[in-house]
Write a protein of this length. Structure first.
Length: 242
């Protein structure tokens, strides 16, 4: 990929090489030197230089109209280089204000560059270990990409559910209003039925009181007749004896 300008990195590269446009093949649009670097023999017969160029491809950029190519450095690392790498990593973390915790693209990018530099150093000493570390790096990147995709899917799903809930609120409000209207109707119906029950109870009590008065008057009349007829019978029974 051809960039507009070179980017600072923790990976150690050789000095950039200026490439003229005449060296670019028309088919692929890449510098001739890069095309030769990417055509490598099988792994068993590859020199460490070609393996390193395969793991960490050359960088390309255009600056002030000039096309540059920069290959990975093949100089073995010393102990002082590791100290310098650590200091440079800490400096860039502070300079670019990388977060110490949580998800941080800046911290991820810097540690990825640091890991690439470690792969470069290991590959120079042992190409097989470098290839294995390259596989580990790619697997880690694929795992992170999978988690990012899962996270984005979860966020999208959550937003979609939230939107559906917002649209569903209108239906819920309508349902609530309808239920409230029915509740008021039922309460009014209850009041009406209670008033009707009270009126029926009052009417029954009045009727019962009238019936009780009539029954009491009838009982009193029957008792009066009973006493009257008893006196007449007693009178008739006493008359022959005189």
């Amino acid at each position: 990929m051809v960039e507009n300008r070179s980017r600072e990195t923790l990976v150690k590269y050789d000095d950039p090489i200026e490439v003229s446009l005449a060296d670019e093949p028309p088919a692929k649009g890449l510098p001739l030197a890069l095309r030769k670097k990417t055509q490598l023999p099988p792994l068993e017969n590859r020199p460490a230089e070609d393996i390193l160029n395969t793991i960490l491809p050359p960088r390309e950029w255009i600056e002030n109209g000039v096309h540059y190519v920069q290959y990975i450095s093949h100089v073995p690392a010393e102990r002082s280089d590791m100290t310098s790498l650590t200091v440079e990593l800490d400096r860039k973390l502070t300079e670019r204000q990388a977060r110490e915790n949580g998800i941080c693209p800046v911290r991820e990018d810097l540690y990825s560059q640091c890991f690439d530099e470690l792969i470069r150093q290991v590959t120079i000493d042992c190409a097989e270990r470098g290839v294995l570390l390259h596989r580990v790096r790619d697997e880690i990147k694929m795992t992170i990409a999978g988690y990012q995709t899962l996270y984005q899917s979860a966020v999208t799903f959550g937003i979609r559910k939230q939107i559906q809930a917002l649209y569903g609120m209108e239906d819920l409000e309508k349902t609530k209003a309808e239920l409230e209207r029915k509740r008021i109707q039922l309460e009014n119906k209850e009041i009406e039925l209670r008033n009707r029950i009270d009126a029926i109870d009052k009417k029954n009590m009045e009727k019962r009181a009238i019936d009780n008065e009539k029954r009491a008057a009838e009982d009193e009349f029957l008792k009066y007749q009973e006493d009257h007829w008893s006196q007449m019978i007693n009178t008739l029974q006493e008359s022959p004896a005189k």
